[in-house]
Design a protein around this ligand. Structure first.
Ligand SMILES: Nc1ncnc2c1ncn2[C@@H]1O[C@H](COP(=O)(O)OP(=O)(O)OP(=O)(O)O)[C@@H](O)[C@H]1O
Ligand SMILES: [Mg+2]
Length: 239
């Protein structure tokens, strides 16, 4: 089932085209990486896909439903989410628990199932033992891991992740990629993840979308191609 469908998207910051005529799609059950050099407009593509930025031309369609016919739930992890205020007053557990509220409504008390989900999410990133720590006491990589745990706690259908493992060590990063692979392949989730290290993710991801600079244009235009060498699932789209 198609969760994201982007057709002929063009985006400008002021008068400079940053993305030109980009098309891609993501199906449920796929783990897709998005690569490109610094400034290749990866974050911009993600933000236009989410509707945070408005494209100048083109069409973005996000499925309203998941594969079970329920409203589609999207999690977005922005780039450098770990740089949030070090003085953040809540404990690790409170912070991750807050990820459950959109499911329950703010005024409903969380039940044992919610509690279990929070525990599993913290365990998944190896941070359960830090549950009573204040967020301000954590390292950058640990903050990144609890931001990921909070996202897991919300149990989304579609994960949109902008360099989620920044500041995390190699073991934690590999554990995270393995989890995302499992989420896609065993639970039918969709993952679109920006990464600087496609080699590191290669064995876990299904395919890669690469943004590259168009040398012909006067402006700094970027185009898109899909790496067919990887285990391609679903439809491959070219700009
Ligand atoms: N708010 C903005 N206003 C104007 N130009 C911007 C803005 N944000 C980004 N840009 C420019 O758009 C281009 C793409 O930026 P973007 O952040 O999407 O790249 P990126 O691929 O995510 O880079 P990185 O790998 O460094 O995260 C860059 O040339 C950048 O300078
Ligand atoms: Mg970026």
């Amino acid at each position: 089932m198609r969760y994201i469908d982007v057709e002929n998207l063009t985006f400008y910051y002021d008068r400079e085209p940053v993305l030109e005529d980009i098309s891609y799609s993501i199906e449920s059950g796929e783990f897709v990486t998005l690569t490109g050099e610094n400034g290749a407009a990866k974050s911009t593509l993600i933000k236009t896909t989410l509707g945070i930025l408005k494209p100048k031309r083109g069409k973005v369609t996000i499925s309203k439903k998941n594969t079970r016919g329920e409203p589609l739930r999207i999690a977005y992890l922005p780039q450098q989410v770990a740089s949030f205020n070090a003085g953040f007053p809540s404990s690790v557990k409170e912070f991750v628990t807050s990820g459950r509220y959109p499911r329950r409504g703010w005024f409903k008390k969380l039940n044992a199932h919610d509690e279990e989900h929070v525990k599993t999410s913290l365990e998944a990133v190896g941070m359960w033992e830090y549950r009573d720590h204040r967020i301000g006491e954590l390292s950058g990589g640990q903050k990144q891991r609890i931001a990921i745990a909070r996202m897991f706690a919300s149990d989304p259908d579609l994960f949109i992740l902008d360099e989620p493992t920044t500041g995390m060590d190699d073991v934690s990063s590999a554990d995270f990629y393995r989890l995302m692979h499992h989420a896609a392949h065993k639970h039918g989730k969709s993952v679109l993840m920006v990464t600087h290290d496609p080699e590191e993710v290669k064995e876990y991801a299904d395919r890669n979308i690469h943004l590259f600079k168009d040398q012909n244009g006067k402006f700094a235009c970027f185009d898109l191609h899909t790496d067919r060498e990887q285990n391609v699932k679903g439809e491959v789209q070219h700009a």
